[in-house]
Design a protein around this ligand. Structure first.
Ligand code: ADP
Ligand code: MG
Length: 436
């Protein structure tokens, strides 16, 4: 048996990997990686662009071999597999999901899903049965005969997920699966991954640079410059759905401890308001947001910058979208001011009544919710908002109250709505916490 036999489904030992090894442009992409992922875990490689996340997936999927070190899958040393064994592992051991969906353009949705099964000698009938089941699970049976170009991005990603499930692999590897999706489809994709993990026993490894995705995972490997700088197990506590209560800024702080309040605020804005944009675009947006917060840009100037073509140093958003984003920034800045006032008030009088402020904040939080609250729901919401503002309850509990059914004292929001609301509130609260 290999040294350090363990119950990890995936284990990397002293892995090093280089691009262009021995050449002038040699790039040490992974340095002494040691880590373990347990069976049934939802793990994530998190870090900024270029830190080696995709390369890590190439190691785990056998696409590339490390120059030194070992990669174990179920205690089998992948680096010692024959070409044939590696091929079998890649066909039935893992399912891959990509940012650009990677569908075969000339094949129908149905055939894209069946294709991975055809290499395995499964009868045509069985293949067809399996594909139908998967289509049904992903709620895309009606798209079976379409070609990829006839689908929206969100639909294409669901086909991408369907294809990854084709041979029922125990491990799913997803490389920035939300990177090209709008926020509704990005959320849906994360929810699907969670369902595959929690209800279908899949071990999932998610590669992402988007901190909001981390609320879905059990274990985070923070990566920087080809190394894992921190591993964190996310305690699901008693949350039925396993969300973490961590604000996105805390994840960002792990990667960049020197980040000040302003950086974190600007990064939070850009990752929340521009979900699905590229790293480069987010960085640029952050810069504009930071300048607006410091009042170096006026509101009108911010719109102008967001609207300016990317090549000319702007963000290339169409005018209406630029305005919408700028408006959201204004609101957050204003609300931030309100929250600072509340904190000052509480500092002087810890038990001071906050009903007026709370009502304002509630109204602002609910702008993203289209329904109406009954008076008793508003009361419950004000109560838990008050407790959250006074620091009595955690973000986790806040989400819980928002999402619990009305009959047991909750408000009854769907979980995605509860999360969006708590994200919004979190963003306000974090602006009032000094970085350590
Ligand atoms: P991430 O997925 O975190 O963005 P990657 O794993 O793709 O990062 O890349 C890690 C580093 O290796 C980056 O600096 C990248 O530029 C470099 N790199 C990636 N692929 C290649 C390649 N085929 N040839 C040379 N360098 C590469
Ligand atoms: Mg990558």
């Amino acid at each position: 048996m290999a040294k350090g036999f363990s119950d990890g489904i995936i284990r990397l030992e002293d892995v090093n990997f280089y691009y262009n090894k021995g050449m002038q442009n040699e790039m040490h992409a992974l340095t002494n990686i040691n880590l373990e992922i347990k069976r049934g875990e939802f793990a994530s490689f998190f870090g900024s662009s270029g830190c080696g996340k995709s390369t890590m997936l190439y190691m785990v999927s056998g696409i590339d071999q490390p120059h030194s070190g070992r990669v174990y899958v179920n205690n089998h040393d992948l680096t010692k597999f024959s070409a044939k064994q590696t091929a079998v592992y890649r066909q039935i051991g893992i399912g891959l999901i990509f940012q650009n969906f990677n569908l075969i353009p000339s094949l129908s949705v149905f055939d894209n899903i069946v294709l991975p099964m055809s290499f395995l000698g499964i009868s045509k009938e069985r293949r067809s049965q399996e594909a139908k089941k998967i289509l049904q699970y992903l709620d895309i049976s009606n798209l079976a005969n379409r070609l990829p170009y006839e689908l929206s991005g969100g639909q294409q990603q669901r086909v991408g997920i369907a294809r990854a499930l084709a041979n029922d692999p125990p491990i799913i590897l997803a490389d920035e699966p939300t990177g090209n999706l709008d926020s509704a489809n990005a959320t849906r994709t994360m929810e699907l991954l969670r369902d595959l993990n929690k209800n279908h026993g899949k071990t999932i490894i998610l590669v992402t640079h988007e901190a909001w995705c981390l609320r879905y995972v059990d274990r985070i490997f923070y990566m920087k410059d080809g190394t894992v700088i921190k591993t964190e197990e996310v305690k699901a506590e008693d949350m039925p759905t396993g969300e973490t209560g961590k604000g996105i800024d805390e994840h960002i702080k792990v990667l960049n401890p020197a980040a000040g309040k302003l950086d974190i605020l600007a990064e939070s804005f850009s990752s929340l308001l521009l979900r699905g944009y590229s790293r480069e675009e987010l960085k640029r947006a952050e810069y504009f947001f930071k300048r607006r917060i410091k009042n170096e840009l006026t509101y009108a100037k911010l719109i102008e910058e967001l609207d300016r073509p990317f090549r000319e140093g702007g963000l290339g958003l169409w005018k209406q979208k630029a305005k919408k984003i700028a408006d959201a920034v204004e609101e957050i800045i204003e609300e931030d001011f309100e929250v600072s006032l509340i904190h000052d008030k509480l500092k002087k009088h810890p038990n001071a009544p906050l009903s007026e402020e709370i009502e304002n904040i509630r109204r602002w939080l609910l702008e993203i919710y289209r329904g109406n609250l009954s008076p008793s729901q508003s009361d419950s919401m004000d109560e838990c908002l008050g407790e959250r503002l006074r620091g009595i309850i955690s973000n986790d509990s806040f989400v819980k109250v928002l999402s619990l059914p009305k009959r047991i004292g909750g408000i009854g929001f769907p979980i995605p709505t509860a999360l969006k609301i708590s994200d919004r509130l979190d963003m306000l609260l974090t602006t009032n916490v000094e970085p350590h």
